[in-house]
Design a binder for this molecule. Structure first.
Ligand SMILES: CC(C)(COP(=O)(O)OP(=O)(O)OC[C@H]1O[C@@H](n2cnc3c(N)ncnc32)[C@H](O)[C@@H]1OP(=O)(O)O)[C@@H](O)C(=O)NCCC(=O)NCCS
Length: 150
């Protein structure tokens, strides 16, 4: 589709991001996105189609047992805009921004039943690190995936 641009999130995009998040997910607290933005504004991107937010990715910098790492907190495209390569572009932007910050290791989690999502991340170079049983509030397991850069 023509004229979709990937750019940094701005506070005016908040309601657009929430609309995409409501369409795609059930369990995030919408207002969390504002807090995530305040702490991670460099790694929060939106896909903009003629002024309307049609997708987003939120990357956060965090610390785990191995040190500083990036985490893809969430990514979603409106259904009508899926399969056009924009999700890939959003991921590439967030990965390269982490690299610019010298963060090479990136992790994320995906629901065990989200096989399409898992394949999407594998194509981008993520590999399965481990499984967390019953990670989600509805009891579904999470597949933890990681990317080592390169
Ligand atoms: C996952 C998601 C962000 C991918 O964005 P997208 O713009 O549709 O992805 P792209 O068009 O860049 O697709 C990249 C590749 O992954 C594949 N792919 C993407 N989503 C897929 C799915 N659900 N099932 C199978 N393959 C999928 C595409 O076929 C494409 O492969 P190709 O390049 O060989 O054609 C989007 O589909 C989405 O919002 N899904 C629902 C929410 C979700 O699952 N988020 C991730 C887990 S938190």
């Amino acid at each position: 589709m023509e004229q979709i641009i990937v750019r940094r999130f701005q506070p005016a995009d908040f309601s657009g991001v929430i609309a995409v998040e409501r369409e795609q997910f059930s369990e995030h607290d919408p207002y969390m996105y504002m807090t995530l933005y305040e702490m991670n504004e460099d790694t929060f991107f939106v896909a903009d189609h003629r002024g309307t937010v049609v997708g987003f990715v939120v990357g956060i910098s965090t610390i785990d047992e191995y040190g500083v790492c990036g985490r893809v907190f969430s990514i979603a495209m409106r259904e009508a805009y899926q399969g056009l390569g924009i999700g890939t572009e959003l991921m590439k932007r967030v990965v390269s921004e982490f690299h610019r910050k010298n963060i090479g290791r990136i992790t994320l989690e995906v629901r065990r039943q989200n096989v399409g999502g898992m394949r999407f991340y594998q194509r981008l170079g993520f590999t399965i690190a481990r499984i967390e049983d019953g990670y989600y509030s509805d009891g579904e397991d999470a597949i933890i995936m990681s990317y080592m850069g390169g």
